[in-house]
Design a protein around this ligand. Structure first.
Ligand code: NDP
Length: 286
Protein backbone atom coordinates (compact mmCIF):
# COMPACT_ATOMS: atom_id res chain seq x y z
CA UNK A 1 0.00 0.00 0.00
CA UNK A 2 1.42 3.43 -0.91
CA UNK A 3 1.91 6.10 1.78
CA UNK A 4 -0.78 8.81 2.07
CA UNK A 5 0.50 11.97 0.39
CA UNK A 6 0.74 15.07 2.63
CA UNK A 7 -2.36 17.32 2.61
CA UNK A 8 -0.28 20.27 1.39
CA UNK A 9 3.30 20.73 0.17
CA UNK A 10 5.93 21.73 2.77
CA UNK A 11 6.39 25.45 3.53
CA UNK A 12 9.21 26.66 1.31
CA UNK A 13 12.19 28.67 2.53
CA UNK A 14 14.59 29.83 -0.17
CA UNK A 15 18.13 31.11 -0.13
CA UNK A 16 18.81 33.74 -2.78
CA UNK A 17 22.40 34.56 -3.65
CA UNK A 18 24.86 34.56 -6.51
CA UNK A 19 26.65 32.18 -6.21
CA UNK A 20 25.02 29.94 -3.57
CA UNK A 21 26.53 26.51 -4.26
CA UNK A 22 28.92 26.64 -1.29
CA UNK A 23 26.28 27.51 1.32
CA UNK A 24 25.87 25.34 4.42
CA UNK A 25 22.44 26.85 5.14
CA UNK A 26 20.27 24.20 3.35
CA UNK A 27 22.03 21.46 5.30
CA UNK A 28 21.71 23.26 8.65
CA UNK A 29 18.03 24.20 8.29
CA UNK A 30 16.80 20.96 6.74
CA UNK A 31 18.46 18.98 9.56
CA UNK A 32 16.70 21.22 12.10
CA UNK A 33 13.28 20.87 10.41
CA UNK A 34 13.73 17.10 10.39
CA UNK A 35 14.74 17.06 14.07
CA UNK A 36 11.63 19.02 15.05
CA UNK A 37 9.38 17.24 12.51
CA UNK A 38 8.36 20.56 10.96
CA UNK A 39 6.82 20.63 7.52
CA UNK A 40 9.37 23.01 6.01
CA UNK A 41 11.85 22.66 3.16
CA UNK A 42 14.91 24.88 2.55
CA UNK A 43 16.51 25.18 -0.90
CA UNK A 44 19.20 27.41 -2.42
CA UNK A 45 18.50 29.27 -5.66
CA UNK A 46 21.14 31.07 -7.68
CA UNK A 47 19.63 34.47 -8.44
CA UNK A 48 21.72 36.84 -10.59
CA UNK A 49 21.12 40.54 -9.75
CA UNK A 50 18.74 41.33 -12.67
CA UNK A 51 16.47 38.43 -11.56
CA UNK A 52 16.15 39.64 -7.94
CA UNK A 53 12.85 41.63 -8.23
CA UNK A 54 10.99 38.68 -9.80
CA UNK A 55 12.50 36.23 -7.30
CA UNK A 56 11.38 38.46 -4.40
CA UNK A 57 7.86 38.71 -5.85
CA UNK A 58 7.66 34.88 -5.73
CA UNK A 59 8.17 35.02 -1.94
CA UNK A 60 4.65 36.45 -1.56
CA UNK A 61 3.14 33.07 -2.48
CA UNK A 62 1.24 31.32 0.37
CA UNK A 63 3.49 28.29 -0.24
CA UNK A 64 6.59 30.27 0.73
CA UNK A 65 7.32 31.16 4.37
CA UNK A 66 10.42 33.22 3.69
CA UNK A 67 14.01 33.41 2.55
CA UNK A 68 17.61 33.99 3.41
CA UNK A 69 19.43 36.60 1.35
CA UNK A 70 23.17 36.48 0.79
CA UNK A 71 25.91 38.10 -1.32
CA UNK A 72 25.38 40.22 -3.41
CA UNK A 73 21.73 41.02 -2.61
CA UNK A 74 21.62 42.01 1.09
CA UNK A 75 21.36 45.74 0.41
CA UNK A 76 19.67 45.63 -3.00
CA UNK A 77 16.72 43.66 -1.60
CA UNK A 78 15.67 46.27 1.00
CA UNK A 79 13.54 48.54 -1.28
CA UNK A 80 11.67 45.47 -2.60
CA UNK A 81 10.20 44.67 0.85
CA UNK A 82 7.14 46.02 2.71
CA UNK A 83 8.70 46.52 6.14
CA UNK A 84 12.11 46.26 7.84
CA UNK A 85 12.92 45.09 11.37
CA UNK A 86 14.96 47.39 13.63
CA UNK A 87 18.43 46.01 12.78
CA UNK A 88 17.77 45.68 9.04
CA UNK A 89 16.51 49.25 8.96
CA UNK A 90 19.47 50.54 10.97
CA UNK A 91 22.17 48.97 8.79
CA UNK A 92 20.31 48.94 5.48
CA UNK A 93 20.90 45.22 4.85
CA UNK A 94 18.60 42.18 5.04
CA UNK A 95 19.61 38.52 5.37
CA UNK A 96 16.19 37.08 6.34
CA UNK A 97 12.70 37.64 4.93
CA UNK A 98 9.45 36.47 6.51
CA UNK A 99 6.27 36.25 4.41
CA UNK A 100 3.37 37.36 6.64
CA UNK A 101 0.26 36.72 4.50
CA UNK A 102 1.81 38.26 1.41
CA UNK A 103 3.64 41.08 3.22
CA UNK A 104 7.42 40.72 3.17
CA UNK A 105 9.25 41.70 6.37
CA UNK A 106 13.07 42.03 6.18
CA UNK A 107 15.30 41.23 9.14
CA UNK A 108 19.03 41.20 9.79
CA UNK A 109 20.08 38.28 11.98
CA UNK A 110 23.83 38.72 11.31
CA UNK A 111 23.92 41.38 14.05
CA UNK A 112 22.41 38.97 16.58
CA UNK A 113 24.64 36.14 15.28
CA UNK A 114 27.81 38.17 15.76
CA UNK A 115 26.82 39.34 19.25
CA UNK A 116 26.07 35.78 20.35
CA UNK A 117 29.30 34.44 18.81
CA UNK A 118 31.29 37.10 20.64
CA UNK A 119 29.64 36.13 23.92
CA UNK A 120 30.85 32.55 23.46
CA UNK A 121 34.35 33.90 24.22
CA UNK A 122 33.67 37.25 25.93
CA UNK A 123 30.65 37.12 28.28
CA UNK A 124 30.30 40.94 28.31
CA UNK A 125 30.62 41.21 24.55
CA UNK A 126 32.45 44.27 23.27
CA UNK A 127 31.40 46.54 26.14
CA UNK A 128 34.17 49.03 26.87
CA UNK A 129 36.59 47.51 24.34
CA UNK A 130 38.74 49.11 21.66
CA UNK A 131 37.80 47.22 18.49
CA UNK A 132 39.53 46.91 15.11
CA UNK A 133 37.31 45.73 12.24
CA UNK A 134 38.99 44.69 8.99
CA UNK A 135 36.61 45.14 6.04
CA UNK A 136 33.70 47.47 5.29
CA UNK A 137 31.33 45.27 3.24
CA UNK A 138 27.89 43.97 4.18
CA UNK A 139 29.14 41.71 6.96
CA UNK A 140 31.34 44.46 8.44
CA UNK A 141 28.24 46.70 8.66
CA UNK A 142 26.54 44.05 10.80
CA UNK A 143 29.70 43.68 12.92
CA UNK A 144 29.99 47.44 13.54
CA UNK A 145 26.26 47.65 14.38
CA UNK A 146 26.75 44.84 16.91
CA UNK A 147 29.81 46.52 18.47
CA UNK A 148 27.86 49.77 18.82
CA UNK A 149 24.94 47.95 20.48
CA UNK A 150 27.39 46.27 22.85
CA UNK A 151 28.78 49.66 23.90
CA UNK A 152 32.32 49.37 22.50
CA UNK A 153 34.68 52.13 23.67
CA UNK A 154 35.93 52.86 20.14
CA UNK A 155 35.94 51.27 16.71
CA UNK A 156 38.56 51.44 13.96
CA UNK A 157 37.41 50.26 10.52
CA UNK A 158 40.29 49.37 8.17
CA UNK A 159 39.47 48.62 4.54
CA UNK A 160 41.26 48.26 1.21
CA UNK A 161 38.89 50.86 -0.26
CA UNK A 162 39.10 53.75 2.19
CA UNK A 163 35.87 55.41 0.98
CA UNK A 164 33.92 52.31 2.03
CA UNK A 165 35.42 52.52 5.53
CA UNK A 166 34.44 56.21 5.68
CA UNK A 167 30.88 55.41 4.58
CA UNK A 168 30.57 52.75 7.28
CA UNK A 169 31.92 55.05 9.99
CA UNK A 170 29.55 57.83 8.83
CA UNK A 171 26.66 55.38 9.28
CA UNK A 172 27.97 54.27 12.68
CA UNK A 173 28.13 57.86 13.91
CA UNK A 174 24.40 58.10 13.12
CA UNK A 175 23.74 54.97 15.21
CA UNK A 176 25.46 56.06 18.45
CA UNK A 177 28.15 58.22 20.00
CA UNK A 178 30.77 55.42 19.89
CA UNK A 179 33.75 56.93 18.00
CA UNK A 180 34.37 55.19 14.66
CA UNK A 181 37.57 55.98 12.76
CA UNK A 182 38.11 54.89 9.13
CA UNK A 183 41.58 53.61 8.19
CA UNK A 184 43.32 52.37 5.09
CA UNK A 185 43.90 48.62 5.34
CA UNK A 186 47.69 49.11 5.43
CA UNK A 187 47.29 50.97 8.73
CA UNK A 188 45.60 48.00 10.42
CA UNK A 189 48.83 46.46 11.73
CA UNK A 190 49.72 49.36 14.00
CA UNK A 191 46.16 49.68 15.35
CA UNK A 192 45.96 45.91 15.96
CA UNK A 193 48.51 46.29 18.76
CA UNK A 194 46.17 48.71 20.58
CA UNK A 195 42.94 46.78 20.01
CA UNK A 196 41.30 44.55 22.64
CA UNK A 197 39.18 42.87 19.95
CA UNK A 198 40.18 42.27 16.32
CA UNK A 199 37.51 41.18 13.80
CA UNK A 200 38.30 40.00 10.30
CA UNK A 201 35.21 40.80 8.22
CA UNK A 202 36.96 40.81 4.85
CA UNK A 203 36.45 37.92 2.48
CA UNK A 204 40.16 37.04 2.83
CA UNK A 205 40.99 34.11 5.05
CA UNK A 206 39.70 30.91 3.52
CA UNK A 207 43.17 29.95 2.37
CA UNK A 208 46.56 31.54 2.64
CA UNK A 209 44.93 34.71 1.26
CA UNK A 210 44.77 35.91 4.89
CA UNK A 211 48.50 36.70 4.49
CA UNK A 212 47.39 39.67 2.37
CA UNK A 213 46.01 41.20 5.58
CA UNK A 214 48.56 43.56 7.16
CA UNK A 215 48.42 41.82 10.54
CA UNK A 216 51.56 40.65 12.29
CA UNK A 217 50.53 37.85 14.63
CA UNK A 218 53.88 38.20 16.41
CA UNK A 219 52.55 41.47 17.88
CA UNK A 220 49.39 39.83 19.25
CA UNK A 221 49.28 39.59 23.02
CA UNK A 222 47.49 37.36 25.50
CA UNK A 223 44.68 39.68 26.56
CA UNK A 224 43.40 40.14 22.99
CA UNK A 225 40.52 38.34 21.30
CA UNK A 226 40.31 37.66 17.56
CA UNK A 227 37.09 36.79 15.75
CA UNK A 228 37.46 35.80 12.08
CA UNK A 229 33.94 35.70 10.65
CA UNK A 230 35.08 33.58 7.70
CA UNK A 231 33.97 29.98 8.25
CA UNK A 232 34.36 27.65 5.31
CA UNK A 233 36.63 24.61 5.59
CA UNK A 234 37.24 24.28 9.32
CA UNK A 235 39.16 26.70 11.50
CA UNK A 236 40.69 29.48 9.39
CA UNK A 237 44.46 29.91 8.95
CA UNK A 238 44.28 33.29 10.72
CA UNK A 239 42.59 31.73 13.76
CA UNK A 240 45.13 28.90 13.90
CA UNK A 241 48.04 31.36 13.68
CA UNK A 242 46.57 33.57 16.41
CA UNK A 243 45.99 30.55 18.67
CA UNK A 244 49.68 29.63 18.42
CA UNK A 245 50.35 33.03 20.01
CA UNK A 246 48.09 32.12 22.92
CA UNK A 247 45.26 34.53 22.17
CA UNK A 248 41.60 33.57 22.22
CA UNK A 249 40.62 33.24 18.55
CA UNK A 250 37.43 31.88 16.97
CA UNK A 251 36.22 31.53 13.40
CA UNK A 252 32.80 32.35 11.92
CA UNK A 253 31.03 29.04 12.53
CA UNK A 254 29.41 30.19 15.78
CA UNK A 255 28.16 33.38 14.08
CA UNK A 256 26.82 31.27 11.21
CA UNK A 257 25.02 29.01 13.69
CA UNK A 258 23.53 31.84 15.73
CA UNK A 259 22.28 33.89 12.77
CA UNK A 260 20.72 30.72 11.33
CA UNK A 261 19.03 29.92 14.64
CA UNK A 262 17.48 33.39 14.84
CA UNK A 263 16.20 33.15 11.25
CA UNK A 264 14.76 29.69 11.98
CA UNK A 265 12.86 31.08 14.96
CA UNK A 266 11.45 33.94 12.87
CA UNK A 267 10.12 31.53 10.22
CA UNK A 268 8.85 28.71 12.43
CA UNK A 269 8.11 30.26 15.83
CA UNK A 270 10.02 27.33 17.36
CA UNK A 271 13.21 27.52 19.40
CA UNK A 272 16.02 26.35 17.13
CA UNK A 273 17.66 22.95 17.89
CA UNK A 274 21.15 24.40 18.30
CA UNK A 275 22.91 21.09 18.90
CA UNK A 276 21.67 19.51 15.64
CA UNK A 277 22.46 22.67 13.71
CA UNK A 278 25.95 22.84 15.22
CA UNK A 279 26.66 19.17 14.39
CA UNK A 280 25.74 19.82 10.77
CA UNK A 281 28.15 22.73 10.58
CA UNK A 282 30.98 20.82 12.29
CA UNK A 283 30.48 17.69 10.14
CA UNK A 284 30.86 19.66 6.96
CA UNK A 285 33.83 21.65 8.28
CA UNK A 286 35.88 18.56 9.07
P1 NDP B 1 31.40 41.92 0.78
O1 NDP B 1 31.70 41.53 -0.64
O2 NDP B 1 30.27 42.84 1.06
O3 NDP B 1 32.73 42.63 1.40
C1 NDP B 1 34.00 42.06 1.21
C2 NDP B 1 35.03 42.80 2.05
O4 NDP B 1 36.31 42.14 1.89
C3 NDP B 1 35.24 44.25 1.66
O5 NDP B 1 35.59 45.02 2.77
C4 NDP B 1 36.43 44.15 0.68
O6 NDP B 1 37.17 45.34 0.57
C5 NDP B 1 37.26 43.09 1.37
N1 NDP B 1 38.17 42.41 0.44
C6 NDP B 1 37.82 41.54 -0.55
N2 NDP B 1 38.93 41.13 -1.21
C7 NDP B 1 39.99 41.76 -0.63
C8 NDP B 1 41.38 41.74 -0.87
N3 NDP B 1 41.94 40.99 -1.85
N4 NDP B 1 42.19 42.48 -0.07
C9 NDP B 1 41.65 43.22 0.93
N5 NDP B 1 40.32 43.30 1.20
C10 NDP B 1 39.49 42.56 0.42
O7 NDP B 1 31.25 40.55 1.57
P2 NDP B 1 30.57 40.32 2.99
O8 NDP B 1 30.89 41.51 3.84
O9 NDP B 1 29.16 39.95 2.83
O10 NDP B 1 31.34 39.00 3.52
C11 NDP B 1 32.69 39.08 3.97
C12 NDP B 1 33.07 37.71 4.57
O11 NDP B 1 32.29 37.46 5.72
C13 NDP B 1 32.84 36.52 3.61
O12 NDP B 1 33.95 35.64 3.73
C14 NDP B 1 31.59 35.87 4.16
O13 NDP B 1 31.55 34.48 3.90
C15 NDP B 1 31.74 36.14 5.67
N6 NDP B 1 30.45 36.15 6.37
C16 NDP B 1 30.30 35.31 7.45
C17 NDP B 1 29.11 35.25 8.14
C18 NDP B 1 28.95 34.30 9.28
O14 NDP B 1 27.81 34.04 9.70
N7 NDP B 1 30.03 33.78 9.84
C19 NDP B 1 27.95 36.12 7.77
C20 NDP B 1 28.22 37.00 6.65
C21 NDP B 1 29.44 36.98 5.98
P3 NDP B 1 36.82 46.44 -0.56
O15 NDP B 1 35.72 47.31 0.01
O16 NDP B 1 38.09 47.17 -0.75
O17 NDP B 1 36.39 45.68 -1.79
Amino acid sequence: MSATPPAHPPHQIWLYGHPVGHSLSPRIHNAAFKEQKLDFEYAARDVPPPALPDAVAELRSPLVRGANITVPHKQAVTPLLDELGAEASRIGAVNTIVNEDGRLIGHNTDVYGFRQALRSVLPSGASGLACLVLGAGGAARAVVAALVLDGAARIWVANRTLTQAKTLCDSASGWSAVPCVPLALVEAGSFAKRADLIVNATSLGLTDSFKELPLDVDTFHGSQVLLDIVYRGGSTPLVRMAQTKGIVAVDGKEMLLQQAARSYELWTGHKAPLQVMRENIEDRAR
